[in-house]
Design a protein. Structure first.
Length: 168
């Protein structure tokens, strides 16, 4: 596997702080961040009965700016979409919205960047094949899953995206 994938800061600390504390939505979300991609929140280290870990949340979207506005809203509106976890019904996206609020603006927000070609299991995409793989929802979902696994096994974060699947 050859990977030309790396994380780049998506919003500055000031943009995040103003969004969380003053509800000022960064203008860039409506312009240059209104594109498809894979993104990652990295939250401050947390401690529980097991150990210390650094939570993260990885997501993908056809429009990053729109998806992030959804994550930052205080209460889900319009839909009562729920997911069963154990016996309790929880609203979809509760982990990331709660983590954003609990972190009080002290987190990083990154976007996955592709430089050159990427080859995974015999599939190559990049400038000479699929020029922008993030435009393709299937490839974007594959990159999101790669990013979740890389966050856990390479960066040693605790992906909130997988908590219901994990045996922790």
């Amino acid at each position: 596997m050859t990977c030309n994938l790396h994380w780049q800061e998506l919003l500055s600390r000031d943009e995040i702080h103003n969004w969380v504390h003053h509800r000022q939505v960064p203008r860039r979300l409506l312009t240059d961040l209104a594109s498809p991609g894979v993104y990652r929140f990295i939250f401050p280290e947390a401690r529980d009965e097991n150990a210390a870990h650094t939570p993260c949340y990885v997501g993908e979207a056809g429009n990053i700016g729109s998806r992030l506005r959804d994550h930052f809203r205080l209460e889900p509106s319009g839909t009562d979409e729920r997911r069963e976890v154990g016996r309790r019904g929880l609203r979809a996206g509760w982990q990331v919205r709660g983590s954003i609020q609990n972190a009080a603006g002290e987190f990083q927000l990154q976007v996955l960047m592709i430089t050159g070609a990427v080859t995974m299991c015999g599939l190559t995409f990049g400038p000479n094949s699929v020029s922008n793989p993030l435009d393709d929802s299937f490839l974007r979902k594959m990159l999101e899953n790669w990013a979740i696994l890389a966050s856990e096994h390479i960066d040693h974060f605790w992906p909130l995206t997988r908590t219901e699947l994990s045996s922790r």
